[in-house]
Write a protein that binds this ligand. Structure first.
Ligand code: GDP
Length: 367
């Protein structure tokens, strides 16, 4: 086995001994200039996913080693799942290194939303969360929006040093790096991307022109995300691909909204109010009376209320209730990885139900 060979897709060390283990490639492929592991090969050509994960310890180890070297840290968050993809505590690990905060997937936000407003919101949130980025960018790695400007900023902020790209799985880190490579070298798709969380493995070293490198770090899996509780064919219901069309519901107290079978929102108390839902356009939102909601869920989960589909409904975690008293204008209730509901007027009591293990939080409205 050639020890130094690494997969051009995910960066894992290539081995030719055991097809079932990570990093396997057939011996014949070692003669090629670019070796790709079996897992990435299947992902690329057949869109098949193999689940792998990085432990929290491994991730902290990587962050620690970044803190001990000099370089520019690019922290990518998913603007659609800002809180869930935040990587709390990063500022403690990066040492004195500068951080650029990048919000990806801006293409999902409604066109009416002003980027400067979102950038200001991100700056404010960062401050509250203890991170002081040098600069904040809003991009779409997928559509190429804002990538050139970011690449230029990276070039000037790094002052000849290495660049480390960090982010939790599914924020679009690989897609971003593929774009950046294209910006710098004109090559396409040298890193594997996938819709399933947890598919980028080891540090990938991308040479920059002055001998410094851009490192792609593996993403940590965000266990509070809804994506872990659905089948991969159902991911489209929770990871939107297109601009979100907000759906507005005028509700009276005692009404409930179901987001497929994945989450539920109860308006418990307060004056008639408008609620704006920012979720994947493909996800069916069902309105019902609060008093019937338990029954409706029991009867219709897996059929009218899906995902989860029929086959998975038996193993789907039970929904857990989280109660919130809303005191401010324009507040978002965020369902980690699914989207959010903006409550337009204060003075209401609501309950958000999510599968056990999925995060729910309240924040000042993003939009
Ligand atoms: P990683 O796990 O952070 O490396 O994420 P990937 O690059 O594999 O992307 C995760 C998912 O997000 C994939 O389904 C991508 O197609 C999608 N994605 C990545 N960037 C964007 C973007 O700018 N906009 C949208 N809408 N989706 C994106």
């Amino acid at each position: 086995m050639e020890e130094q060979a690494v997969c051009v897709g995910c960066g894992v060390a290539i081995q030719t001994d055991d097809p079932k283990r990570l990093g396997y490639a057939p011996p014949s492929s070692l003669n090629k200039e670019m070796v790709i592991c079996k897992r990435c090969f299947r992902l690329k050509h057949y869109n098949e996913i193999q689940d792998v994960s990085l432990t929290d310890d491994d991730f902290l180890r990587i962050l620690n080693s970044i803190g001990q070297t000099k370089g520019l840290v690019i922290k990518i968050v998913d603007i659609f799942d800002f809180d869930g993809s935040w990587l709390p505590g990063l500022h403690r690990f990066v040492g004195n290194n500068n951080v650029i905060l990048v919000g990806n997937k801006v293409d999902l936000l409604p066109k009416s939303v002003k980027p400067t407003k979102v950038i200001n919101w991100m700056k404010q949130m960062s401050k509250e969360l203890g991170l002081m980025p040098e600069d904040v960018f809003l991009i779409s790695a997928d559509k190429g929006i804002g990538v050139k400007e970011l690449a230029q900023a990276i070039e000037s902020y790094r002052e000849g040093e290495d660049v480390y790209v960090v982010g939790c799985t599914n924020v679009g880190k690989s897609t971003f790096i593929n774009r950046i490579i294209k910006e710098f070298s004109g090559e396409e798709d040298v890193i594997t991307t996938s819709q399933f969380p947890g598919t980028t493995l080891d540090l990938i070293d991308i040479p920059l022109d002055n001998g410094a490198s851009l490192f792609d770090t593996p993403g940590i899996i965000n266990r509070h995300q809804m994506a872990h509780y659905v089948d991969k064919k159902d991911l489209k219901f929770i990871s939107p691909k297109k601009e979100i069309k907000p759906k507005i519901f005028q509700l009276n107290e005692g009404q409930t909204l179901f987001f497929g079978g994945l989450a539920r929102f109860d308006f418990i108390q307060g004056n008639r109010n408008s609620f704006t839902c920012y979720v994947s356009n493909d996800l069916y939102i069902h309105r019902t009376k609060l008093e019937n909601a338990n029954h409706v869920y029991k009867e219709h989960l897996g059929v009218m209320l899906q995902p989860p589909g029929e086959a998975l409904k038996g193993s789907f975690p039970e929904l857990v209730a989280h109660e919130f008293m809303i005191k401010d204008n324009k507040t978002d209730i965020v369902f980690s990885g699914l989207g959010w509901v903006t409550i337009n007027e204060p003075g209401v009591k609501v309950v958000a139900h999510v599968p056990k293990g999925v995060g729910v939080m309240v924040r000042k409205s993003l939009i």
